[in-house]
Ligand binder design. Structure first.
Ligand code: G3P
Ligand code: MG
Length: 251
């Protein structure tokens, strides 16, 4: 029976938040760095500014990854543009600006890369507003074969599924620990993949999941510690520093 999912050729390695070991996370610079390092896919986080602009950003707040403080939700785009989101990482990145989703998708398209986009529904934020903004933009911009939309937020994924069928939009279900209900949750979404915390994954669970879904593990940066898990059916590792895994991949 043909798969209802897009014909996604998953790479073994996906750069987490771009090449975040070597460039400021979730920036255009981090995606360019991932491409230069030979990565075909990146994982990035998306959420909305207070004015509804979708931007590539992980935290609810600004302090960790910019030269400012406060909450993302309190910014509009002109104010967000004034932040320096590179200098915190290193002088070489001074002047880097927060990327909008549109800008990031244009770069991903120009570099012919794949994108695992995580809908980041931080506390108090609306899953519906994020999904209604992001999903149509994704569908207009990236081919189904180079896109996975993932989230910890089951409501966000269900809303995304309402907007796009499985053959057009691969959904990735993010878990920390794998719950007993993993199969029902994946079935209800017609999910493409399960993305889990590699440190909490157990062999029997992994094998059961990998029988039915693609299995991705975040965020692994130690290829030796990770190594046994390749034999459990893991398809891809999401890493801050994928180059470390170069000589540690299964055949
Ligand atoms: O998508 C995998 C991983 O990014 C999930 O955790 O907090 O790094 O977004 P976090
Ligand atoms: Mg993420």
């Amino acid at each position: 029976m043909p798969s209802p999912h897009p014909a996604i050729v998953l790479p073994r390695l996906i750069a987490h938040r771009g090449l975040s070991a070597h460039a400021p996370e979730n920036t255009l610079a981090a995606v360019r760095a991932a491409h230069r390092a030979g990565c075909d896919w990146v994982e990035l986080d998306v959420q909305l500014l207070g004015d509804g602009t979708p931007v590539i950003w992980h935290d609810a707040t600004l302090k960790r990854c910019s030269d400012s403080r406060g909450k993302l939700v309190d910014l509009d785009l002109p104010r967000a543009r004034r932040l320096d989101v590179g200098a915190w990482f290193g002088d070489a990145f001074r002047g880097e600006r927060m990327a909008t989703l549109q800008e990031m998708l244009a770069l991903i398209e120009a570099l012919d890369m794949g994108l695992n986009l995580e809908l980041k529904v931080n506390r108090g934020r609306s899953a519906a507003a994020l999904v209604e903004c992001v999903v149509p933009t994704l569908l207009e911009t990236l081919p189904a074969q180079r896109l996975i939309l993932s989230s910890f937020d089951g409501n966000a994924l269900a809303l995304a599924r309402d907007l796009a069928p499985a053959e057009r939009l691969a959904l990735g279900v993010l878990f920390e620990g794998i719950p007993r209900s993993w199969r029902q949750r994946c079935e209800a979404l017609n999910a493409f993949s399960v993305h889990c915390d590699w440190t909490r994954l157990k062999k029997a669970q992994a094998q059961a999941i990998a029988d039915e879904y693609r299995l991705l593990c975040y965020t692994a940066n130690d290829p030796t510690a990770f190594a046994p898990r390749w034999g459990w059916g893991v398809d891809s590792v999401i890493s801050d520093d994928p180059e470390r895994f170069a000589n540690h991949l299964p055949n």
